[in-house]
Write a protein of this length. Structure first.
Length: 351
């Protein structure tokens, strides 16, 4: 599995001493996973009103703006769509699906270059919850850049990028990671949004890749929090650990070190389980951590009725005693202990 080369400006030889894999814990987590059938990675949105080309543009747009939907100290992005109460990515996706089904110009790159913060805020404004999308102006800038880069390269749709890459994620020149990094929204050295977008396109049944083994996991703040707590990664630097406990901002090098270690943990778990599909594990971890291992109210030993774990993952949470609780409570170093580590604080639009 190829891990993208990180920018020399953001990483030094000392970075590996900040955070690293903890192999024994990874082995214990792999043993837990081996007792279950891991659900396939899939998106719940089917987008029946959109064409193949429009679906590619839908996800290129949506992933570009999808970051920090649960900002610390602020209410999470949430609202109702067709009578359903949704939050985060689910709300973003459902709202954009409904709006683009009636206004297909939303998915036209030539229109992206004119996106404003007010228009973006309006797209995701809920009649009851109001404006919950943070920093709409900054997010609109990412969308304008999408349109500008598409026009500069004479790309009409995400499909053009796919064809130019030769369907290669990381092999050779002009591969998908390289081409996507031309967009400001996708130039993260740990490739969070790029992996997310490529995984969504594969899981939607639209794209397949020559080098599928290079589809890494799109590490976000939920996964950082969960892996820090379980202990699959170890923070060696005392100053950095203190920042994590106190919720203090980290610097760029520390951000890269943490996310890279979590990515490596998922890659190792993918190999240890024999799954050989980091994206599939990403979906599992992301759903468990945002449902059971929340920032403020994690439930280690019993899932409350309000637990939002999707049904396909519930069998992993049913333990031998019949109690439903976090699938990783038996191997988690933080289960039942306080205080718990938090995801790091770093101002970015990469995740």
């Amino acid at each position: 599995m190829m891990v993208p080369k990180l920018s020399p400006a953001l990483i030094s030889e000392s970075t590996e001493t900040l955070v690293s894999l903890h192999v024994p814990t990874c082995e214990r987590v792999a043993a837990v996973l081996a007792r279950h059938v891991i659900p396939i990675d899939q998106e719940d949105t089917k987008l029946p009103e959109l064409s193949r080309t429009e679906i590619g543009n839908f996800y290129l747009f949506l992933v570009a703006i999808c970051h920090q939907t649960s900002p610390k100290g602020l209410p999470p992005l949430a609202g109702k769509v067709n009578g359903r109460s949704l939050r985060g990515w689910d709300y973003l996706s459902a709202r954009l699906e409904g709006d683009s089904a009636t206004d297909h110009s939303l998915l036209a790159p030539k229109e992206w270059g004119h996106m404003t913060g007010e228009r973006l805020a309006c797209l995701f404004r809920d009649s009851e919850a109001g404006d919950r999308l943070t920093e709409p102006g900054a997010r609109a800038l990412l969308i304008r850049n999408l349109g500008e880069v598409m026009e500069r390269n004479a790309w009409k749709a995400a499909e053009d990028i796919y064809e130019k890459s030769g369907h290669r994620i990381a092999q050779g020149s002009a591969n998908l990671l390289e081409l996507l990094s031309r967009f400001r929204a996708y130039d993260d050295p740990v490739c969070k949004k790029s992996y997310f977008f490529l995984g969504v396109m594969r899981n939607a049944g639209l794209w397949s890749y020559v080098d599928n083994e290079n589809l890494g996991a799109p590490v976000d703040y939920h996964e950082v929090r969960g892996h820090l707590r379980i202990g699959t990664v170890t923070v060696h630097d005392a100053g950095l650990r203190e920042k994590l406990f106190r919720g203090e901002p980290v610097n760029a090098e520390e951000d890269i070190a943490i996310r890279r270690a979590v990515l490596e943990a998922i890659l190792l778990l993918s190999r240890l389980t024999g799954l050989k599909n980091p994206s599939q594990l990403h979906y599992l971890f992301w759903n468990v951590f945002r449902s059971c291992c929340t920032r403020e109210s994690p439930h280690c030993f019993r899932c409350p009725s309000r637990c939002t774990l999707p049904e396909r993952y519930v069998p992993l949470a049913i333990h031998e005693d019949g109690v439903r609780r976090c699938p990783f409570s038996s191997v988690c170093q933080s289960a039942g202990r306080e205080p718990k580590l938090l995801e790091h604080v770093f101002k970015t639009d990469y995740y």
